[in-house]
Ligand binder design. Structure first.
Ligand code: JF5
Length: 232
């Protein structure tokens, strides 16, 4: 997979080398390139922002450099899926991560200030939010999405196969995990997990997933029950 990032703070992405993305890159599974949006600004001061039309506080990302940045990426990689990360986007979740993991080339355009000039939205394929809160820029959300997507790309996580069971991959929270010791400060590892009976263990784990999801995430529980109405 090829991922391009367009940002006015390229150095934010230096830490990617330290993560699983770094290892995937060195293995040649993933190719991440970070571009300075200011390179697409053609004035002497490399201006990427301007005051809001109609007045008001803060600054707005100018359309020309952002458009040039996107256009440059599209020329370099014609099939690229161009993504904007903003609090106004569609909510990013594990299904979106799975969808993006199918793409051959992704481009993340990171916003700053009060956001993008509205007219730039014409030139992107998708807009995602990572949650209902406001950050100072799109760099961290882009990294969050890259991490969630990249770990689904075959070969990025060393040995784990695509059959791996993750929280959310089936619409339920993960079951509880334990390791040694069998007793920790008076709390025992559930007996079923030490039984060696894998049918019992699977059943117990699935039941714990259901209990946990109902208790902690009524929203996910509702959707899961809708989708599994006819199962029983
Ligand atoms: C951003 C202009 C983007 O704050 C966010 C965000 C919150 N949830 N998802 C994304 O993005 C940063 C700030 C200003 C565009």
């Amino acid at each position: 997979m090829r991922i391009d990032v367009v940002t006015i703070f390229p150095s934010y992405f230096d830490t990617l080398e330290l993560s699983l993305l770094g290892k995937a890159r060195s293995r040649g599974v993933l190719d991440v390139r970070v571009h300075d949006l200011r390179d697409a600004a053609h004035d002497r001061h490399r201006t990427v922002d301007d005051t809001p039309a109609g007045g008001g506080a803060g600054m707005v990302m100018k359309p020309e450099p952002v458009w040039r940045g996107i256009d440059d990426m599209r020329h370099r990689y014609p099939g690229a899926h161009v993504v904007l990360v903003t609090p106004q986007g569609q909510m990013f979740n594990q299904s979106v991560a799975e969808h993006l993991a199918q793409k051959k080339a992704l481009v993340f355009v990171c916003g700053r200030y009060e956001g993008f000039d509205e007219r730039i939205r014409t030139y992107v394929d998708a807009e995602y939010s990572i949650g209902d809160y406001v950050l100072t820029g799109g760099e961290l959300p882009a990294m969050v999405i890259m991490d969630a997507v990249a770990r689904l790309v075959p070969g990025v996580l060393g040995n784990e196969g695509s059959a791996r069971h993750d929280s959310h991959s089936d619409g339920l929270l993960e079951f509880p995990h334990y390791t040694r010791p069998a007793e920790f400060r008076g709390e025992k590892v559930p007996e079923v997990l030490l039984s060696g009976n894998h049918a019992h263990i699977d059943k117990w784990r699935h039941n714990e997933q259901l209990k946990r999801t109902e208790e902690r995430r009524p929203d996910l529980w509702q959707r899961y029950m809708q989708q599994h109405k006819s199962d029983n």
